[in-house]
Design a protein around this ligand. Structure first.
Ligand SMILES: Cc1cc2nc3c(=O)[nH]c(=O)nc-3n(C[C@H](O)[C@H](O)[C@H](O)COP(=O)(O)O)c2cc1C
Length: 308
């Protein structure tokens, strides 16, 4: 019997549980030749900032064992261009669009969210709090529960009440639970986890860092156990909070692992670079993996690894 793959992130109902991960599918156009975007749970956009940015200097990608490093630096055309051109295109495709917002200050995050308010097609916001706070010596918002809460509260205040706000957490903290609790306390309707881990690679022949930006975000299968651990810990502490899980998902069974740990839906990032059709493939493999294990509904597997 076919598995019922419907799920939800709080009030947001999704026909299927696999989404793109922010930054790994641009604003959707690159994937459209390979993927029927409307058949996915949703499209999470590259993080959008107030103004256009060219990102960091190259090289800004490096392969690592079972993963990769990137230091793209939030390249993008800015929110006005996104609202004028990219969001209408995504909406025309029939996708559920989750817009990732970013900023260098609480005010910038809120300004971007305000400019997105009321835009057709937008079903949720994902707040990428893994950005350096330009007003606090570059400390990353997601690494400080108070700073993370201020960003979430600022975005929540200007976002329509029926549009869920998801806070995207960083694994680069000693304890992720207080950050998760602070975000939920500030009005986050759900949590996305995990963003990349800060890493670095050195070219042993030139004795120089491989990335022009020196450090970068580590992603791919290498980080999956960290994602499973973070989702598990937050699910145990906050049993009711919707979680969009991501980190190293390459196959359906990888997605299932995140779901069993507590994810209500799963985003796929790095795998898309090697296989543009990864999202629908993983979604189909996940349905097979659930059926093979006797699950009638996707939602029956959510958090199933936790003691009952
Ligand atoms: C090239 C690249 C660019 C990314 N850009 C963003 C971004 O703009 N905003 C964001 O929140 N996360 C960004 N991420 C992080 C991913 O959304 C995801 O959280 C992370 O890579 C873990 O998932 P994965 O192992 O499936 O890639 C980026 C990741 C990669 C590899």
């Amino acid at each position: 019997m076919a598995v019922d793959m419907r799920t939800n992130l709080g009030t947001l109902e999704l026909p299927a549980p696999v989404l793109t991960a922010s930054g790994c599918a641009g604003y959707g156009r690159e994937l459209a030749p390979y993927v029927e975007l409307a058949a996915l749970g949703g499209v999470v956009t590259k993080s959008i900032m107030r103004n256009p940015r060219s990102g960091r200097a190259t090289p800004r990608m490096a392969e690592t064992p079972s993963g990769m490093l990137n230091s793209i630096g939030l390249q993008g055309s800015g929110v006005d261009e996104f609202v004028a051109n990219d969001l209408p295109w995504l909406t025309e495709q029939g996708c559920r669009v989750i817009v990732s917002v970013a900023g260098g200050s609480v005010e910038e995050y809120a300004e971007v969210a305000k400019l997105l308010r009321g835009q057709p097609g937008l079903v949720a916001l994902e707040v990428n709090i893994s950005c350096p706070n330009v007003e606090s010596r570059g400390e990353v918002f997601a690494c400080d529960p108070d700073a993370a809460a201020r960003v979430v509260a600022g975005v929540r205040a200007v976002t329509a009440p029926d549009v869920p706000v998801l806070a995207k957490l960083s694994p680069d903290v000693t304890d992720i639970v207080p950050v998760a609790q602070a975000c939920v306390g500030a009005g986050a309707d759900g949590l996305s986890m995990i963003n990349t881990l800060l890493g670095m690679a050195i070219d042993v022949d030139t004795a120089r860092p491989v990335l022009a930006g020196v450090t970068g975000g580590l992603s791919g299968p290498a980080i999956r156990p960290v994602a499973v651990r973070c989702i598990w810990q937050v699910r145990a502490a906050l049993p009711e909070v919707p979680i969009l899980g991501m980190g190293g998902v390459r196959h359906g069974v990888d997605a299932l692992e995140l779901v069993l740990a507590g994810a209500n839906a799963v985003s796929v990032g790095t795998a898309v670079f090697g296989d543009p059709g990864a999202c629908p493939r993983i979604q189909a493999e996940l349905a097979e993996a659930l059926a093979a294990r006797g699950y009638a509904r996707f939602t029956d597997a959510v958090s199933a690894a936790h003691p009952r």
